[in-house]
Design a protein around this ligand. Structure first.
Ligand code: G4P
Length: 522
């Protein structure tokens, strides 16, 4: 396609992830969005996959056979003239560094919060990564059809716990059984909680233009009063602050009863950014609309089925156009590659992708060429995107080879899996022990499985539980600082860090050595 067509296509893309704590309603809202996009015809399709209650269709068979969930990783659909890519951020037992890294590949995030629970730990962790990237964050406060906390309380919590300014785009009128509607501040209307969408227009003073019987209910009066108060005392709407992630627009609704979801989606699409520039290693911004195709690998999904040794590398396209069969260069090795085997993801089909553009995600079949963080590009002009950040692991395991005679395959396997980003590896200063670090239990299981199946190395894993990892400036390090309440280790870049038993141990250390600066990664 020519540059003009490319620009049109790229500008249509909206690529985001939904971040939430398990059970807040991510699957349910995703499902509703896919219904609006016409990708699934019935509610329950995504849900069925999550619970393992599959309907029979081809892609699900593939998924079941392979034992990996590939198709759910990226969902693409068209809506209101936009092409939307939703990237899944696995939670529950699947929570892993991949969940974090996925956030490196999106242009915005939707944060779903349970109105009865408010901000929960996983939401907070994921939020912090989005905040660090400076991407826009949209908040959906879910489950309004149930009794939850006071709306004002929830909005204040966003500001106090997450430290982000919040602007309510709409406001609940009643809640739970008494849910009567939403005061839609942004569109200056009232959305009634009725089976069919139904709205009451408001005039410039926020007063209903027509008096209907519903409005006589006191919950309406209360909501109108609260909104007036907020308009006077709360944050002002500011599109620039939304764009930089300094202000989160807040929407209330109920994903389950599909109330307020469309209003959310429409407003989201007004403010969600098109594919943004990505920085290269030197800090230079790479424009999405460009002759040069480029992208980076943010996730590698290994096949859990030993009969299929292939893997899929997930590539975020950062610039230009991808065509199947194109020739590219892998920057890390300088090696030329032909991208003939590529996959694009949909909710109910898995198709070979012929073309894709900046903003899209493609899956590349991989026989071991790619590592997480790799850059590929077309043409002669070399390019490396900036490094993906390291994340602070929280769970640790001591690992060794079961059979001491098989040290060689053990070391080879461990080195490769660590390079691939499957787990983090640390070496204890005092004993030389190998210690693995992860953000979720699944990473250890995948590691153990792959060591056995791909490297024929049976490993012994000894759980060490949760630890607080803190890096120390090598210049300041004295090995005598290590005590029985921490383990001094080095990471794979030879940087020293302490694994503290808990936060008390860290505090104790800081009291003892007040001049030492300890740092966490993200
Ligand atoms: P997750 O992907 O974030 O983990 O959450 P998911 O959508 O699976 O939702 C978790 C539970 O919350 C589900 O109930 C779901 O039906 C419910 N839920 C989601 N959105 C709403 C909402 O707007 N209102 C209400 N009342 N409930 C909501 P479950 O009992 O675990 O599953 P199921 O029995 O409904 O299948």
């Amino acid at each position: 396609m020519d540059q003009k067509q490319l620009a049109t296509e790229v500008n249509k893309r909206r690529t985001f992830a939904i971040i939430s704590h398990p059970d807040a309603g991510k699957t349910t809202i995703t499902e509703q969005l896919l219904l609006f996009g016409g990708v699934v015809r019935e509610a329950g399709t995504v849900k069925a996959r999550k619970t393992g209650n599959f309907a029979k269709s081809d892609w699900m068979e593939i998924e079941k056979k392979r034992g990996i969930s590939v198709t759910s990783s990226v969902m693409q659909f068209d809506y209101a003239g936009k092409r939307i890519n939703i990237l899944d951020t696995p939670g529950h037992e699947d929570f892993s560094e991949d969940t974090y890294r996925t956030l490196m590949a999106v242009d915005s995030a939707v944060m779903v919060i349970d109105s009865a629970k408010g901000i929960e730990p996983q939401t907070k962790k994921l939020f912090q990564i989005c905040k660090m990237r400076g991407i826009p964050i949209f908040t959906f406060i879910n489950k309004l059809d149930r009794d939850g906390r006071e709306p004002l309380d929830l909005v204040n919590e966003l500001e106090e716990v997450l430290g982000i300014d919040a602007y309510p785009m709409n406001w609940p009128i009643g809640m739970g059984k008494g849910l009567a509607g939403l005061y839609d501040i942004y569109n200056n209307r009232i959305e009634l909680h009725t089976d069919e969408p139904s709205f009451i227009k408001l005039d410039e003073n926020g007063e209903p233009v027509e008096k209907t019987t519903e409005l006589e209910d006191s919950v309406f009066e209360d909501a109108i009063m609260e909104v007036q108060l907020m308009k006077e005392a709360g944050n002002q709407f500011d599109a620039d602050k939304i764009a930089t992630g300094d202000l989160t627009p807040v929407f209330f609704g109920s994903a389950l009863t599909n109330f307020g979801v469309k209003t959310f989606l429409d407003a989201y699409l007004e403010f969600a950014p098109k594919p943004s520039e990505h920085k290269d290693e030197a800090g230079e911004e790479i424009e999405p609309v460009s002759d040069q195709f480029s992208g980076f690998v943010f996730k590698i999904q290994a096949n859990m089925n030993p009969n299929h040794r292939d893997r899929i590398a997930f590539l975020r396209i950062c610039s230009g156009e991808f065509d199947r069969g194109m020739d590219v260069t892998l920057n890390r090795t300088g090696k030329a590659l032909r991208l003939s085997n590529s996959t694009q993801f949909m909710a109910d089909t898995r198709e070979t992708v012929e073309t894709a553009v900046a903003g899209d995600i493609v899956g590349l079949y991989d026989t071991g060429n790619f590592q997480i963080g790799d850059t590929i590009y077309s043409g002669k002009h070399g390019l490396q995107f900036e490094k993906l950040p390291q994340f602070t692991p929280e769970l640790f395991m001591r690992v060794s080879a079961k059979n001491v005679m098989k040290q060689k395959s053990f070391h080879k396997g461990i080195q490769q899996l660590v390079q691939e980003g499957a787990v983090q590896l640390y070496t204890a200063y005092s004993t030389g022990d190998y210690i693995l670090g992860a953000v979720g239990q699944l990473q250890f299981e995948v590691f153990q499985f792959r060591m056995q199946n791909e490297y024929n190395s049976e490993v012994v894993m000894e759980p060490m539980g949760k630890k607080t990892a803190r890096w120390i400036d090598p210049e300041q390090l004295d090995e005598k600082m290590s005590s029985s309440r921490n383990i001094l280790v080095r990471d794979r870049f030879e940087q020293p860090l302490f694994l503290f038993e808990n936060q008390f141990a860290e505090r104790w250390f800081q009291d003892k050595y007040p001049d030492i600066k300890l740092t966490a990664k993200l």
